[in-house]
Write a protein of this length. Structure first.
Lengths: 261, 274, 274, 261
């Protein structure tokens, strides 16, 4: 007889790596303002793995939502049903977000620049758009008022651009002092998690610096998929791959997202 | 003070070509049936105000009812683009669409100012973004005490605000609960209001988290069970996520879209349940 | 994030001489027990903020705890004057009292601005009244869209806000219902907060009309059943109208007042129930 | 045997006349913002006698209160328990009163002048008060934003003064055009009901004119109890005395105000 080894789970997909790495960024977070998509997946994973007490806040007004299944929209009934309280949309923005009570905001974007400014409005010219995107929603105020911002988005030469087609949301503006000059009270983006690696703003220049690549990702690829001269940390590290524990928790979470009875 | 009318009479009486019409409902309680009635009655040149234009807005735009869209986030949540909105903006089909774009906080506070009888409201706005200077209804203002610069947004006063709620009583007091969004402010900011409801009851039993709109601020109530499908009414229905997903294919192509509207919304159609 | 402490520890830890302390509760849920603890701990030089100073304010003023009172209506509702407040203003007893006076709308909106993280709020204020120009925290402001002149009020940020509620759970989430007044705004505007409650429960069952203060905005909860007497807590107690009436005679004379406080509030006293 | 006559009810007191006459002024009112005291008594009497559908709004946030017993305070539990909805204090002032949704406001005062401006703040000098009064409360905004205002107060040379010690609430300011200049959107005081009679502002001069005296009140008394040269309507009338029906309804209402079990 032998101590049979369990057959290993399939390796993590790039979306799974993004979700797990973003979730790790929420360790110790008390309150998190959550957008839909991978940010929501990451926030809910963090609540299960690292921060069971984290208060998830959705712009639909749900405070303390504890969804059993991943919501498809920020107004999903599951969010209201499991929340500590549901407030109006004006109240969530005025009293809770603008009031400066939220530690971390999670955002995605279609375009990002070297100072982590974000575009979710338009590709091409605003008045003659090549691709019209949804627009601002809560993003400008999330980035302005949360203590810090975690950005999660796929990295490519199309998304990591030298100049945004439209500045929907200010990250670090044009660099040092920009947020202070604009009266933005949160500290802004502290990390950008992509499918290739992790970037963090340089403390002095505020420009994004590649600090880690995910397992199997070549540095050259990260540079090629960045529309500007990408700065790389001297101590560039490789992301600790998702553990079996992290992956199984993530896959269980996603599996719960099935059509309603 | 509230009239209780059939939906077609209500819309015919309250909404005219060229009106500024707010349709609110933040994912939850979206007034789809009333939006479809606007399409059936062939309303034109509307200024449509909606924080989160989604399928119903896509339908109104694609059917040519809308001249100007005032909004803060336009998409099919969790699915993708609104193809009719994009076609209007990218290719002026069926005709050019003007837009006035805000952040959620900016547009929500325009309703708050309107509901409060104030000419404007103050918020920490969109400093440093491309939204600055694009709306005539957003300006910078200095705090008279600290000198700090913040944003002012102009009060919004729709001619008509249309929302969907779970219940009304026979005198027109309205009760909604779950995600209540910006509906109270939209109704209080408007000159006229239409509330479609799942049911009309003798008495509104109190509910946790419920918002009440007293009848003296509600012009008209119409009983339209299921009138929020494919959105949902907490306690009555669940969100039809599958329909939201299917809309992507229906709306991507102009002919497919028009055929779907003819089959499900236009006069003589069988209704929207696919 | 919320500490659950005995009332004396809570007050000792949160409130210091010279602090700006808001005690709110609009007739309902007035935090009397916490006010009495301030008296017992001999707090001095407080700036007391309370929209509707009533008996508890009269007691704090008469015991010399308050240097400045920020308020909008000071009286014994349905009974008459606050004699300790009047004695302080008319005869500087026990010492001179500074006041900053607003209308209800003005002071309520100072809390709203504070809760909203804004430097000021806008309202239709006190144009043409004698209140104009008396507070450094009220100014005129022009609408950047219409030019109309309205009032701006400066954000209020108490060092500590103290309120009473029906319930909290063990993690410090607070639930209050009935007349909820300005308590949410007072707590959200403050640097620290103390909520005294009728009871601490395992889970907050939802209640119609309830306001929830999540634990992450509540510094400290103290369980003080009956801590709002002679005010009341809907669902737990009724307003002691007879005590409000009797306060007129108790408070009219300095010696009678001091004897009553010694007998009912000061250390070693038997508690306030007459 | 005789058809014995019922013993007549005791005659109306001056407070009862004020309450009944003020209640009559609320005929046809849809929404009324109510202060405590005689205004509250009058509003509740009107709801029982003339306007069963009137929505009574209290500054404590109770909208549509239907108290069975007269409240002692504007935050009486009875008001919340019987209301259609209870909103926060900021909301009642911002959305409901300032929003311009209330037809009639009812106010009392310690002093009034010829233009129906009101003082509830101080007798004597503000900084060295002879009598310190409660202050403004909701009165300035009630008078500014309600469609019209009904003032109810006892009339004497001490209360009807040539010059207010403090202007807490603007009625008609200094006369024609004053409210417009101040941006006050309601029409202001339309009637003042006292224990001696009824006064209404002259449409052109906005000065209060005595239009009726209560039964048994001499015109000379009304003039003596007014601290300015009182103008009298050419068609001065005598108040229709409270009917048995009105009086018994009022006395039933007041009788219900007994200490709680």
């Amino acid at each position: 007889m032998s101590l049979g080894h369990a057959t290993p789970a399939p390796p993590a997909t790039t979306d799974e790596i993004m979700a797990v790495v973003a979730a790790r960024e929420l360790r110790g977070t008390a309150t998190c303002f959550v957008g839909i998509g991978i940010p929501s997946t990451a926030a809910n994973l963090a609540r299960r793995l690292y921060s069971p007490a984290v208060v998830l806040v959705y712009e639909s007004g749900a405070i303390g939502a504890k969804p059993l299944r991943l919501p498809l929209s920020i107004g999903d009934g599951e969010l209201a049903d499991t929340a500590d309280v549901v407030v109006s949309v004006p109240e969530i923005f005025n009293y809770w977000l603008q009031g400066g009570r939220i530690d971390v905001g999670m955002l995605g974007a279609a375009q990002i620049d070297r100072f982590a400014n974000l575009n979710t409005t338009v590709i091409g010219d605003y008045d003659a758009p090549r691709v019209r995107l949804p627009g601002a929603g809560g993003a400008p105020q999330i980035a302005a008022s949360c203590g810090k911002v975690v950005v999660v988005m796929a990295q490519s030469a199309r998304t990591f651009v030298g100049e945004l087609d439209f500045v929907t949301t200010v990250g670090h503006g044009d660099g040092p002092g920009a947020r202070e000059r604009l009266g933005l009270r949160g500290r802004g983006p502290s990390v950008v998690v992509t499918d290739l690696g992790v970037l963090r703003p340089d403390p002095s220049s505020r420009e994004l610096v590649l600090t880690a690549v995910h397992p199997g990702v070549e540095l050259a690829t990260a540079k090629d998929e960045t529309g500007w001269e990408l700065r790389v940390a001297r101590d560039l590290s490789t992301t600790v791959p998702p553990s079996t524990y992290e992956l199984s928790a993530l896959r269980a979470l996603v599996a719960e997202r099935e059509p309603r009875r | 003070m509230t009239e209780i009318l059939a939906l077609d009479e209500a819309v015919a009486g309250l909404v005219h070509d060229g009106d500024c019409v707010a349709l609110e409902g933040f994912t939850h309680l979206i007034p789809f049936a009333a939006g479809h009635e606007l399409v059936r009655q062939g309303r034109r040149e509307l200024t449509l105000v909606r924080m989160t234009p989604d399928i119903v807005s896509d339908q109104l735009i694609g059917m040519g009812c809308v001249r100007t869209l005032v909004f803060s986030w336009g998409g099919n949540p969790g699915v993708g683009s609104l193809h009719r909105l994009r076609d209007a903006l990218e290719h002026s089909w069926p005709h050019p669409l003007e837009i006035e774009e805000h952040s959620h906080a900016g547009l929500a506070n325009r309703y708050v100012a309107g509901a409060s009888g104030l000419p404007f409201a103050v918020l920490r706005g969109d400093a440093g973004t491309g939204l600055e200077g694009r709306s005539p209804h957003v300006a910078e203002i200095a705090c008279p005490f600290t000198g700090e610069r913040v944003s002012a947004v102009a009060a919004l006063h729709p001619d008509v605000s249309i929302v969907h709620a779970q219940r009304a009583d026979r005198s027109g007091n309205v009760q909604l609960w779950g995600i209540t969004g910006v509906q109270k402010e939209a109704v209080l900011a408007a000159t006229r209001s239409l509330v479609t409801v799942e049911e009309i009851v003798d008495a509104l039993e109190p509910r946790p988290g419920a918002t009440i709109l007293p009848s003296f601020v509600v012009s008209t109530v119409s009983c339209v069970p299921g009138g929020t499908h494919p959105s949902y009414a907490t306690g009555y229905s669940e969100r039809d996520d599958a329909f939201y997903a299917s809309w992507d294919a229906i709306s991507r192509d102009r002919e497919t879209f028009l055929a779907w509207m003819a089959a499900h919304v236009l006069p003589g159609a069988g209704g929207i349940t696919p």
